[in-house]
Design a protein around this ligand. Structure first.
Ligand SMILES: [Zn+2]
Length: 346
């Protein structure tokens, strides 16, 4: 019987317990200091948990609003595509979900977390814009609540229907090496155009459409009673704001949408599409980013440089933002900012 595993001694169990307590203390300390995806990576390192939605906490932001802050990684095999901030508003009638994520599994994982808060049903879903990390999770909600309407801007619905939904599905399925194989596309079925005021379960939602900003499909959703606004990807906290789909964005339009949101005196808390919740101060830094970027690109444009010739110089001008996630992708952003500057001069 020499191969039989020896039970741990009391002393060894005590040691293991101590080590776990130290890990937990470190984790709490780290999480309280660093509100970034780094904490989640650290969590993964400590506990070997994969960086999927199951292992990210649901956080309460206001009386009625809950959110899971996702990682800043592009879709990959480990995250299974999870990268956004799925959120929910708990109303008297049930949950209103905003951007259920990048796959049916992410949507389902988010629903599981909401069950810990309340057993109320989901009564509505909103997609802030057409990008895959925000709408591909719809099916996870629709399977459980087939009657819950899914709202989005009319342009989101039109573009998704015209083939972009399938393109997003295939793109994410490829990048994650098959994590979306079982995800079906659930296109929003209720069109909004901006300017609506909606009452759901005793709360008031004001819908804002800023025209062309992060895309031409954006909605900002204001939760009046909680003085909170969902920004979609018009706002990304410490995350290069245009590195995803810069070809969809208007840099100037994004800056003016951010400004309108800041000027809204009824709002104190902003929920970005990616990164930690914000106040007016951190939102203003994002406007600075856009203005600094356009000013830098314009300077070299007027000196006769092409976009690819100015990359190193613009990067230097934008040094203050080097710590933002995906700063290394500034090159492709410059190319699109260049087009915007060029258009303005002809
Ligand atoms: Zn996004």
């Amino acid at each position: 019987m020499g191969n039989e595993p020896r039970p741990f001694s009391q002393e060894r169990i005590k040691q293991m317990h101590k080590a776990n307590l130290v890990k937990l203390a470190l984790l709490l300390l780290f999480n309280s200091f660093f509100h970034s995806s780094a904490s989640a990576q650290f969590l993964g390192g400590l506990t070997d948990l994969p960086p999927t939605i199951e292992n990210y906490p649901l956080q309460r932001l206001s009386e009625r609003v809950y959110v899971v802050i996702g990682p800043h990684d592009w879709p990959n095999k480990q995250t299974k595509g999870f990268m956004n901030n799925p959120a929910a508003i708990l109303t008297d009638a049930g949950f209103v979900i905003v951007d259920p994520g990048s796959s049916a599994d992410v949507g389902r994982g988010f629903l599981e977390k909401l069950k810990c808060v309340s057993d109320k049903p989901v009564v509505a879903v909103f997609n802030t814009h057409l990008h895959g990390d925000h709408f591909l999770g719809n099916q996870g909600i629709r399977d459980a609540y087939p009657k819950a309407p899914i709202y989005a801007h009319q342009r989101t619905i039109d573009r998704l229907r015209s083939g972009e939904a399938q393109e997003w599905h295939d793109r994410f399925n490829g990048m994650t090496q098959g994590a979306l194989a079982n995800t079906r596309i659930a296109i929003p079925d209720k069109a909004l155009k901006g300017g609506e005021t909606m009452q759901i379960g005793g709360i008031t939602l004001k819908i804002h459409h800023p025209g062309h900003a992060h895309s031409d499909t954006d909605l900002m959703i204001e939760v009046v009673e909680d003085k909170l606004m969902f920004m979609g990807d018009i706002s990304m906290n410490k995350f290069m704001p245009y590195s995803a789909m810069p070809q969809d964005a208007s840099f100037k339009g994004t800056a003016s949408a951010l400004r309108a949101a800041i000027d809204n005196t009824g709002v104190e808390t902003y929920v970005p599409g990616h990164g930690y919740p914000e106040d007016k101060k951190s939102m203003a830094i994002q406007i600075n980013f856009t203005e600094d970027l356009l000013a830098s690109v314009k300077k070299y444009f007027l000196q006769g440089m092409q976009a690819h010739e100015m990359t190193a110089r613009v990067e230097k001008d934008m040094e203050a933002y080097r710590t933002w996630d995906h700063f290394d992708e500034l090159g492709k952003v410059i190319a699109h900012a260049y087009v915007e500057v060029e258009d303005e001069h002809f």
